[in-house]
Design a protein around this ligand. Structure first.
Ligand SMILES: C[S@@+](CC[C@H](N)C(=O)[O-])C[C@H]1O[C@@H](n2cnc3c(N)ncnc32)[C@H](O)[C@@H]1O
Length: 186
């Protein structure tokens, strides 16, 4: 039987609730309606979340909720250009790699490694069938686990992957979930 669960809840259960008091980067958050907005409701302090996105209007919603926001185009700038030496314990990149060119996505993954504390976690999701909807949702390619693991896998103690089904907005579109935990070193 299919498991129907929202993105925010799935990410919460898998990682965020265990890291409630740690520093979280929500990369390409949009307005956080599928991520940070819920985590704030469920008890994460706004002081612990930084949200990055290209869409200033979307970020405004999170900014109004007290979240630190950084408006940037990941195709044009690297994370460290804007975040400097800031480090996080959890980095979430949900439903975003499919919007970026492969080279940008690879550089972003390397940027995540630099921005993650030792022992930290990197959590990635992407739609299992991104290509089918590329015109509707602005996807430019279909990521896959192999290419992501190739770039960052060796830098972590553990890799976990699964699929789940998102309820509210995309009931028939499974998403891939990939979580790396225990970053090895700087
Ligand atoms: C499908 S939404 C995902 C939003 C959120 N992470 C979630 O899980 O619901 C993709 C997000 O990527 C952002 N995005 C797309 N291209 C981007 C770029 N070049 N730089 C920064 N953000 C980008 C969009 O503005 C949008 O908020």
């Amino acid at each position: 039987m299919k498991e129907f669960i929202s993105r925010a809840k799935y990410l919460w259960d898998k990682s965020i609730k265990l890291n409630k008091d740690k520093k979280i980067l929500d990369c390409a958050s949009g307005n956080g309606s599928q991520t940070s907005q819920h985590w704030l409701e469920w008890g994460v302090s706004s002081d612990n979340i930084t949200a990055v996105d290209v869409n200033q209007e979307c970020l405004g919603t999170l900014s109004d909720l007290g979240v630190k926001t950084v408006c940037m185009d990941l195709e044009q700038e690297s994370l460290s250009d804007r975040l400097g030496d800031e480090k996080y314990d959890v980095i979430v990149c949900s439903e975003t790699l499919e919007h970026l060119q492969k080279e940008t996505a690879d550089n972003l993954l390397i940027g995540f490694l630099k921005a993650l504390n030792v022992g930290g976690s990197l959590v990635i999701t992407y739609p299992a069938k991104a290509g089918k909807h590329k015109f509707k949702y602005g996807h430019c390619r279909q990521p896959n686990n192999t290419e992501i693991i190739e770039v960052v896998g060796e830098c972590f103690e553990n890799t976990e992957s699964s699929r789940w089904f998102v309820t509210e907005r995309h009931p028939n579109e499974p998403a891939c979930f990939l979580m790396f935990t225990g970053k090895k070193n700087d």
